[in-house]
Design a protein around this ligand. Structure first.
Ligand code: CA
Length: 425
């Protein structure tokens, strides 16, 4: 598919993340007005609540809400009709001067729009569906022979995370406090995590749910997905290592998860659909994909210390490396009868590629801290320091255009002052 040209000139630049082909959904606040739904187009946000108020689009009155959940709940036919209508009125050859004059007042310069949480997160489930990541982490802690757990090639492994601490890009992250046991020590200690890490993931957003007790097929699951965001699953490795047996990650993951503000639709990504890796073991029928369900999305992680002007790219990888697709994860999640709802967020799992510079976490990039990274300014990092800023970005590369995700940024703040535990006894 070629670039769809728009009369919004900045949307036609080859490097913009937001051409007319993309039109990602979001929520923004501008000029003192209440947060409302919008789409990104070039260097602007198009105010969908405004368009609906003057009758140019129609979505059941949900577009003035400060979250996309109302739009999501109306189902794929409404999302697609709204997207098609927006592409029509923004196309270079689709709108006459009179129509452009009615739409233009609702274009807000992105520099004047504050991106907000795009949807109310109903639940957050995080998977472990990248084989390179699972092999790296398993090799570090259990040796190469036992790196993959026996179930790994048969189902996407996941756990239920915290919806309450999913935040939008730009939200600072406090270094978490917790319990950990230093190597060789008999007793655990309490304090700020010293092994604070990132996980580069794609967040898959559920748009329509399934009733409790009613499983969905992989094909049905694909139709339930509203879109995709960048996701940084911040992780405290020392807290995680001490707590994770027998029930999996808990406090080491519960303090923060960051997402990018723009939700990229499956329609925008359709030209970039591709097959994932070969199956190493046949999957059970309920996990069979009727067609390829991965996407070719280039991803990068940038790290900038507080006292440096320039960021260093510490990872370049691609979403197509994942072993299990988002529809497979969703079908597996619902197969027991678990109800999914509009606004459920599904983390893909850390996206690592086969090479050292394509690993999606510091744990892997520095091999558990044994091989620190050297940044552009000469500083080294094993794990994150206070003041470090981490930015995820990504895009699917078309012929002369990009379907971009924008950025997902977070800066580390020092741990909050510890309460005086002794005085509170
Ligand atoms: Ca994760």
């Amino acid at each position: 598919m070629p670039l769809m040209r728009s009369w919004v000139e900045s949307a036609n630049r080859p490097e913009t993340h937001f051409p007319l082909n993309n039109l990602p959904w979001g929520v923004f606040a501008a000029h003192g007005a209440e947060p409302r739904c919008g789409v990104a187009i070039g260097d602007f946000v198009l105010d969908l609540a405004g368009l609906e108020s003057v009758g140019l689009v129609e979505a059941g009155g949900t577009l003035a809400r400060p979250e996309l959940n109302g739009l999501m709940a109306q189902g794929p036919a409404v999302w697609r009709a709204l997207r098609a209508r927006l592409q029509e009125i923004l196309a270079e050859d689709g709108a006459d001067d009179a129509l452009r004059a009615r739409v233009a007042p609702w274009l807000v310069p992105m520099a004047e729009a504050v991106p907000c949480m795009p949807f109310r997160v109903q639940g957050f489930t995080d998977f472990y569906a990248g084989k390179h990541h699972a092999m790296n982490v398993g090799t570090m802690f259990r040796g190469p022979e036992n790196a993959l757990p026996p179930n790994w090639l048969h189902m996407p492994i996941g756990y239920n995370g915290r919806a309450s601490t999913v935040v939008v890009s730009g939200t600072p992250i406090h270094r978490p406090l917790g319990q950990m046991r230093p190597p060789g020590a008999e007793m655990p200690v309490f304090g700020p995590s010293r092994r604070l890490d990132i996980e580069l993931e794609l967040g898959n957003v559920v748009g329509t749910g399934n009733p409790m007790g009613r499983p969905v097929t992989v094909a049905e699951a694909e139709g339930m997905i509203f879109g995709h965001v960048l996701l940084n699953d911040w992780s405290a490795r020392d807290i995680q290592a001490w707590e994770y047996q027998p029930l999996g990650p808990f406090q080491g993951k519960a303090f923060a998860t960051s997402i990018s503000p723009w939700v990229v639709s499956p329609e925008a990504l359709e030209p970039f659909r591709c097959a994932g890796p070969e199956r190493e073991r046949p999957l059970l029928p309920y996990l069979h994909e009727p067609r390829p369900m991965m996407y070719d999305i280039r991803l990068e992680v940038h790290l900038r210390p507080a006292d440096e002007a320039d960021a260093t790219v510490i990872c370049r990888t691609n979403y197509r490396e994942m072993y299990y697709s988002a529809p497979q994860q969703l079908a597996h999640h619902a197969v027991c009868g678990c109800a999914m709802r509009p606004g459920d967020l599904i983390g893909s799992g850390t996206i690592s590629g086969p090479t050292r510079d394509s690993r999606g976490s510091l744990l892997e990039l520095t091999w558990n801290g044994q091989e620190p990274l050297t940044l552009a300014g000469g500083q080294t990092r094993s794990f994150l320091e206070d003041g470090d800023s981490v930015t995820l970005t990504g895009w699917a590369q078309g012929d002369g255009y990009r379907i971009g995700f924008g950025i997902c940024e977070g800066t580390i703040l020092p741990a909050v002052t510890e309460p005086d535990w002794e005085a509170s006894r």
